[in-house]
Design a protein around this ligand. Structure first.
Ligand code: 5AD
Ligand code: SF4
Length: 426
C-alpha cells in the first residue's frame, strides 16, 4: 500500500515538472513515507529523518516532508520531535502534496495536513510507475475491522471502495502501456463494494471478472483477504478466471481461539482451517500464505502451541511472522504487554523454524515440474541469473538474459529451498 502511495506521489510531482534524483544530497525535496503497523518501523523512520539534520542546516532551502501512517498518527508531534520537517501529511491528504510544496516555497512555515483520514482520494491517474510490466492498483482505502492490535483503521480511516469503472480504466491504461501483471490492493479486498453487489464476497469476485476480461493483462493478484469475508465466490473466481493467480494471502494471526477473540478477528481456529480446506478443494495447486503475531498480551505457552499446531495442519507455503508491539490508539495497547521480550523472540524463532520445514515440504513436489514464470529482475551478484515468480508467487531463479525481464517464460524446476525454486528455461 505504501509502495503504491509513494509511486502515486512521485507521479503527481513528476507531472508538475519535478524529477527524481538518486541521493539526498542532490535533492531539493525529500519525502519520507511511513508505516505505523509495528513500532520498529516508526523507530527507524525517526532516526532516518534525524540523520538529515546536518544537511538541512547546510541547505535551509531543502524541503523535508513526512507522509503516510506515522504522519497521521503523530501529526504535529512529529514536527515538535523533528524540527527539520517542513510538512506532515496523512495518507488521505497525499493528493495535496504538490500544493503543499508550493505553499512552503511561498511561505516557509510548517504545514500539518491530516484532516482527510476518512475521505475518498480524488481520481487522479499520474502516468509514472516504478516498474514497467507489473503494477499495484488500489481498489479502496481504510478498514472497518478494528482488530484490537491494529492501528490501520485509525490512520487510514474507515473503508472506502473505489468505483469499479475507475479501477477498470486504470488497469486498461496499464494494459495499453504493456503491463502484464496487476496486484489489486485493499486492507480487506473481500469486502469491496464498488460494483453494486452487496452479497458477501461477491463484489470483489465481480471486479475480478471484469479485470480478467482486459486484454494484455496476463496475471491478476490481490491482497489482503480477511478470513471472515473470504468466500466460496472468491475461491471459484481463483479457480475459474484465467488470469487470476492461484495464490491466497489469508492472515491467520493466531491459532488460539482465546487470542483470536481478544484480537477481535471474528473467527475460530477451526473456522480458519475449514476455510483453508475449502480453498484447497477449489484450487488444489494453489498456494496459501499468512501473517502471524506472537506474544499478543497474555499469550500463554498453550496459546502459542495452538498456533504451532494449526500451522502444521494448514501447511502454509510461506508466512510473515511478527512479534507483537502495542500500537496506541489500537485497543490492545491498553492491555499489559506481558509476554517478555526474550519469550517473544523464542516463540518467533520456533515459528520460523517450523515454517521453514513446512515451506521445504511444500516445495518438494514442485521439483521436475514446468512452471510459467514472469521474469521480474536480476541480481548483481549473479549476473547470469534472473529472478521471477510462479503464478503461486514463489520466487524462482534461473539462468537467462536480462532482456527477458517483463516476459513470461516456462521453467523446469530442478531444485528447491524453503524460500526459492531454481530451474532452467525450457
Ligand atoms: N504488532 C505486531 N504485528 C502487527 N501486525 C499488525 N499490527 C501489529 C502489531 N501491533 C501484523 C499483522 C498484520 C500485518 C500486516 O502486520 O500480522 O497482518
Ligand atoms: Fe488491521 Fe485487521 Fe484491518 Fe487488517 S483487517 S488492516 S489487521 S484492522
Amino acid at each position: 500500500m505504501n509502495f503504491r502511495d509513494s509511486e502515486f506521489v512521485k507521479g503527481m510531482l513528476i507531472d508538475e515538472g519535478f524529477s527524481l534524483v538518486n541521493s539526498a544530497e542532490g535533492a531539493d525535496v525529500i519525502l519520507f513515507n511511513s508505516c505505523s503497523v509495528r513500532k520498529h518501523a516508526e523507530d527507524r523512520l525517526i532516526s532516518n529523518i534525524a540523520d538529515l539534520k546536518g544537511l538541512k542546516k547546510r541547505r535551509p532551502q531543502l524541503i523535508i516532508g513526512l507522509m503516510g501512517c506515522t504522519a497521521q498518527n503523530h501529526k504535529e508531534k512529529m514536527i515538535d520531535k523533528l524540527p527539520m520537517l517542513d510538512f506532515v501529511c496523512g495518507p488521505g491528504n497525499e493528493a495535496q502534496i504538490p500544493g503543499l510544496l508550493e505553499d512552503i516555497l511561498k511561505n516557509r512555515c510548517p504545514i500539518i495536513a491530516v484532516d482527510k483520514v476518512n475521505e475518498k482520494r480524488p481520481e487522479l491517474f499520474p502516468e509514472y510507475r516504478d516498474e514497467k510490466f507489473k503494477a499495484f492498483v488500489s481498489i479502496g482505502e481504510g478498514c472497518n475491522n478494528f482488530c484490537s492490535y491494529c492501528i490501520v483503521p485509525y490512520v487510514r480511516g474507515t473503508e472506502r471502495s473505489r468505483k469499479a469503472a475507475d479501477i477498470i480504466r486504470e488497469v486498461k491504461g496499464l494494459a495499453a502501456r504493456g503491463f502484464k501483471e496487476v496486484t489489486l490492493l485493499g486492507q480487506n479486498v473481500n469486502s469491496y463494494r464498488g460494483i453494486g453487489d452487496r452479497v458477501k464476497g461477491k463484489g470483489f469476485a465481480r471486479l475480478l471478472e471484469e479485470i480478467d476480461k482486459i486484454k494484455g493483462i496476463e496475471r491478476i493478484r490481490f491482497m489482503t483477504s480477511h478470513p471472515k469475508d473470504a468466500s466460496m465466490e472468491l475461491f471459484k473466481a481463483i479457480r475459474d478466471l484465467e488470469k487470476v493467480c492461484e495464490h491466497l494471502h489469508l492472515p491467520m494471526q493466531s491459532g488460539s481461539d482465546r487470542i483470536l477473540k481478544m484480537m477481535n478477528r471474528n473467527y475460530t481456529a477451526n473456522k480458519y482451517l475449514k476455510l483453508a480446506e475449502d480453498y484447497r478443494k477449489f484450487v488444489p495447486e494453489g498456494s496459501i500464505t499468512t501473517d502471524i503475531i506472537v506474544g499478543f498480551p497474555s499469550e500463554s505457552r498453550k496459546d502459542f502451541e495452538d498456533t504451532l499446531r494449526i500451522m502444521k495442519r494448514v501447511k502454509f507455503d510461506s508466512a510473515f511472522m511478527f512479534k507483537y508491539s502495542p500500537r496506541p490508539p489500537a485497543k490492545s495497547a491498553r492491555l499489559k504487554d506481558d509476554v517478555p521480550q526474550d519469550e517473544k523472540e523464542e516463540r518467533l524463532e520456533a515459528l520460523l523454524r517450523l515454517q521453514c520445514d513446512i515451506s521445504l515440504e511444500k516445495n518438494e513436489p514442485i521439483k521436475g515440474k514446468i512452471l510459467e514464470i514472469l521474469v521480474d529482475g536480476s541480481n548483481e551478484k549473479f549476473p547470469k541469473d534472473v529472478t521471477g515468480r510462479t503464478r503461486t508467487n514463489k520466487v524462482t531463479v534461473f539462468e537467462a538474459d536480462r532482456s527477458l525481464i517483463g516476459k513470461l517464460v516456462n521453467v523446469r524446476i530442478a531444485s528447491i529451498t524453503p524460500h526459492a525454486l531454481k530451474g532452467r528455461i525450457v
